[in-house]
Design a protein around this ligand. Structure first.
Ligand code: SAH
Length: 405
């Protein structure tokens, strides 16, 4: 029977799917769907267990491995109104929590009860990601744009598209583009440091906002000769530079380093006489050369080293290889740090848990014959909330440690 515009159809989930939902998670995988007859891609569905007992209302994807993302334990009479309320709530949640920044994440998907929607703010530009069939639907887009415009009065709104995500959701290809206004670039200030933002360029939605509070934390301890490995557009390097005598940023992406250099120019006043240099290189090769050169007397020494690599473990299967990669980097960095030196080491792989990461770090310290004292064990900034019963919302680790002989 064809589905009428407003009928909410029913999806039945297996006992395993129901147990997951009862434990506070919001996802049901396709393998736990018992039936989803006539359900349209991206539609709102009523979820029941295998006995027909109602579990709540969810958004359905006909294509993703995550078939169901729960929205509410109850029925939903007006989905666009619920969306608008949740966007307003996400904005209000951040008001007392987000400080000293013109750039932050306004909506973080499941962590703001808006699965599939990410909104980042850079000064007066909003950058939007619509990651599921449900969020991509036209009436849903309209509700999102209306609420964001009414609450935040942006000069422009840009949609950032990850082609891989659209493919996984069986959505037609689309390119990143302006949805509202004309403005595509600006500058923003976070923790007193200025950055350029080009909405249609760069990785992620432009900057690594999840590290915002870690930049400020690391700056408290940084000193001397500093190496920022995987520096991208200079997030750590620029925050640390006022405290350090010399900062070297390393990244394999030339466009990222060009922006890092422009960012340094924006911060002339803050940086004063401090020297910054950018090196385009493969970090693994460079650290190997620096830590263990052919002529040992040429080994480099630093007082502060930041390691912020891309996610090494994209799935659980990659865990062992990822831990080996992290260990290699951390081992080399530890060898190069002077006594009293500061290591700032990060992982944004969800599949590497905080305890895995600390264990790897302990093992690297043993192999490097160094002793590490933990100063801070940190996660993602507060505008990227963590929901305790949805482990996937917690992914970033940032450990700040002091190194002794
Ligand atoms: N620390 C940055 C974010 C780093 S993201 C910030 O706070 O803004 C990871 C970076 O690693 C990206 O800029 C990417 O270009 C770079 N990268 C990936 N593989 C690399 C490699 N093998 N060597 C050097 N850089 C690499």
């Amino acid at each position: 029977m064809p589905q009428s515009a407003h009928a909410v159809l029913t999806v039945k989930v297996s006992p395993r799917g129901a147990t997951r939902l009862k434990a506070g998670h919001v996802w049901v995988y396709r393998s736990d769907i018992v039936s989803a007859d006539d359900v349209l891609p991206g539609s709102l569905v009523r979820v029941v267990d295998h006995r027909g007992k109602p579990l709540g209302t969810a958004l359905y994807s006909s294509s993703s491995q995550i078939a169901i993302r729960m929205l509410s334990p109850d029925a939903i009479a007006d989905f666009p109104a619920l969306l608008r309320q949740r966007i307003a709530d996400a904005i209000a949640y951040r008001e007392p929590l987000v400080r000293d920044t013109e750039a932050y994440r306004v909506v973080f998907s499941e962590a703001d009860f808006l699965p599939g929607l990410i909104v980042d703010r850079y000064d007066d530009i909003l950058s939007l990601q619509l990651l599921t069939q449900a969020m991509d639907a036209e009436p849903v887009r309209q509700a999102i744009l209306t609420e964001l415009t009414a609450r935040l009065h942006p000069a422009s709104i840009i949609e950032r598209v990850d082609p891989r995500v659209r493919e996984l959701e069986s959505l037609p290809p689309r390119s990143s583009r302006l949805l509202l206004g004309e403005k595509t670039s600006t500058t923003f200030t976070m923790n007193g440091v200025h950055f350029r933002f080009d909405a249609l360029e760069g990785q992620k939605t432009g900057a690594f906002l999840d590290q915002r509070e870690n930049y400020a934390a690391a700056a408290q301890y940084a000193h001397g000769d500093t190496l920022d490995v995987f520096c991208y557009q200079g997030g750590f390097a620029l925050h640390l530079a006022p405290r350090c005598s010399h900062v070297t940023g390393v990244d394999s992406s030339r466009p990222a380093l060009e922006i890092a250099d422009q960012n340094a120019a924006l911060n002339e006043e803050l940086l004063g006489q401090n020297e910054l240099e950018w090196i385009e290189a493969n970090a693994f090769d460079l650290l190997k050369d620096y830590a263990s050169p052919a002529r040992p007397q040429e080994a480099r020494r630093y007082d502060t080293i930041v390691l912020d690599p891309p996610a090494f473990a994209k799935s659980k299967r990659d865990l062992d290889a990822a831990l080996r990669g992290y260990k290699e980097l951390n081992l080399r960095a530890l060898k190069m740090l002077r006594p009293g030196g500061i290591l700032v080491t990060c992982s944004c792989s969800y599949h590497v848990s905080q305890s895995d990461f600390l264990e790897m770090l302990g093992s690297a310290a043993l192999d490097a014959h160094r002793t590490l004292r933990l100063i801070e064990v940190r996660g993602q900034a507060k505008d990227h909330p963590v929901l305790l019963n949805i482990p996937e919302t917690s992914y970033l680790k940032c450990v700040i440690a002091s190194v002794s002989e």
